[in-house]
Structure formats: structure tokens, C-alpha cells
Design a protein around this ligand. Structure first.
Ligand code: NDP
Length: 243
């Protein structure tokens, strides 16, 4: 397992921070050549200095720019659709603009990047594997998270269809669904101690996830060790979902 990604190239979106950065770093440590795609050039520069990856800066809310960036990123052996964003609004205050923005980044961008990846794999007669980073928010109606929950629920549904269609062409597609993970996004969503305490109480292992906890599961699902796993939405939640 130590160098199981030796000779493989992996595209990781949202590789600048948090779970994506941990995933890119773990992949590089296990031999992969990483193509890092994210928004902030400064994050790409620092990641490149750390792991020697190829870098592409793009705003994934822009579908045309996203498609061009996905084409520029290929060909790669594996894809991790990790980039995501959140917004906190009560349902009654939620605007169409916010809903559309979260759907664009969290659902439509993974669709576009996966289309470009899968078309290339199929054209070259090669198998592949995609991991979409979803959230336990796809299963739960967290207050103030309507747009986020909807975008991740749609991502899980799309993952199942992708697994069904692309699985027949040798490309497995799975989702990981983390609980609160200690990243810049979690600070935005869970900095209110009253909310985070309630969340923590429902996690039997007694802590939030670290980015590496999620990265380990992403690498497993990407790899041939998970050769018979296709179309799942896997909680990485310390047991949160059983409560
Ligand atoms: P962070 O906010 O820490 O990092 C997200 C990364 O995605 C950043 O590099 C960010 O770049 C990039 N990104 C966001 N929006 C865009 C965009 N429009 N275009 C290009 N890149 C973009 O998030 P996490 O690491 O916490 O989240 C990673 C994934 O995990 C997301 O899909 C999230 O929904 C999911 N998740 C996170 C949980 C958590 O508690 N942290 C729990 C469950 C799921 P930049 O900073 O430059 O915008």
C-alpha cells in the first residue's frame, strides 16, 4: 500500500485547502503524480512547492472555464471531485443566486469534470475510478443548510447514475460523505459552539474528522482495493449516521 499510486496520475479538485489538500498530499506520498485544480493561485503555489504537482487555477462556478480546465488537466488515471463550498441561510432567506452558486460548484462542476475524465478513459479503452466528495448533509436536514444539503443530495443521486452508466465501461464511481471535518469550511459552518456541541454529541467516536481520516477513505475507494465497490455513498462520520 505504501506506494500503491506509483506511476498513476490523479486529478484533485479543491486541492488548495482542507480535505483536498490532505488528499493531494497523501496521494503524492504514495507515489501519485497529482494534478491540482482549485481557485486560489497562492494555494496552488504552496502545494506545488510541497509535493511538486501540476497546477490549474479556475473558478468552478464558471461551467465553460471548468470544462476547459478539465480538458487541460487530462489525461489522468483517477479523479477526485472534492471542491465544494457552503453558505448559511435560513430556508426563508435563501436566494436563487445562492442556490444556483452552490449547485454550480458542488454538483454541476463535478459533472463537467467527470464527463471530460470519463470521455477520455472510454476513448482510450481504459478503466478508471472517480470519488465524489459529498457530505452527511445529503442525508440530514441541517438547519440553515438548504442549498448545501440539496447540492450534496443531488451529487449522491448523480453518483449512483454515473456508477450505473460508467461502471459498465469499467469506471467505478463512489461518494464519501464526511461529518464535520476540521478544515476552513468547517470553521465557517460550525464555529457556533452551541451547534458544534450538538453535532459532536451525536458522534460516538467523540471527535470531528481530520482531513486525513477522509483522505484515507478517498484513496481506498479510488484504488483497485475497492474493485467491487461501485455507486456507494460512504459515511466517514465516526458513527454519526447511526444516531
Ligand atoms: P475548504 O473550504 O477547506 O476547501 C475547499 C477547497 O475547494 C478550497 O481549495 C477552495 O478553493 C476550493 N473551492 C471552493 N470553491 C471553489 C470554486 N468555485 N472554484 C474552485 N475551487 C473552489 O473545504 P473542505 O476541505 O472542508 O471541503 C472539501 C469537500 O468536503 C467539499 O466538497 C465539502 O463540501 C466536503 N465536506 C466538508 C466537510 C467539513 O466539515 N469540512 C464535511 C462534509 C463534506 P478557495 O479557497 O480558493 O476558494
Amino acid at each position: 500500500m505504501q506506494m500503491e499510486f506509483q506511476g498513476k496520475t490523479v486529478l484533485v479538485t479543491g486541492a488548495g485547502k482542507g480535505i483536498g489538500r490532505a488528499t493531494a498530499t497523501m496521494l503524492a506520498a504514495r507515489g501519485a503524480e497529482v494534478v491540482a485544480l482549485t481557485r486560489s493561485p497562492s494555494d496552488l503555489d504552496s502545494l506545488k512547492a510541497e509535493i511538486g504537482c501540476r497546477t490549474i487555477a479556475v473558478d468552478l462556478a464558471d461551467p465553460a472555464a471548468t470544462r476547459a480546465a478539465a480538458r487541460e488537466a487530462g489525461p489522468v488515471d483517477y479523479l477526485v471531485n472534492n471542491a465544494g463550498t457552503t453558505a448559511l441561510d435560513s430556508f426563508l432567506d435563501l436566494t436563487v443566486e445562492t442556490m444556483n452558486h452552490l449547485l454550480a460548484v458542488n454538483t454541476v462542476a463535478p459533472m463537467i469534470v467527470a464527463q471530460e475524465y470519463a470521455r477520455d478513459r472510454i476513448a482510450r479503452g481504459l478503466k478508471g475510478s472517480i470519488v465524489n466528495v459529498s457530505s452527511v448533509s445529503s442525508f440530514i436536514g441541517f438547519a440553515d443548510h438548504a442549498a448545501y444539503c440539496a447540492s450534496k443530495g443531488a451529487l449522491d443521486a448523480m453518483t449512483r447514475v454515473m456508477a450505473n452508466e460508467l461502471g459498465r465501461q469499467g469506471i467505478r464511481v463512489n461518494a464519501v460523505n464526511p461529518t464535520v471535518t476540521l478544515t476552513p469550511m468547517a470553521v465557517k459552518a460550525w464555529s457556533d459552539p452551541a451547534k458544534s456541541a450538538g453535532m459532536m454529541n451525536r458522534i460516538p467516536v467523540g471527535r470531528f474528522a481530520d482531513p486525513d481520516d477522509v483522505a484515507e477513505v478517498i484513496l481506498y475507494l479510488l484504488s483497485d482495493r475497492a474493485a467491487m465497490v461501485n455507486g456507494i455513498a460512504m459515511p466517514v462520520d465516526g458513527g454519526f449516521m447511526i444516531n
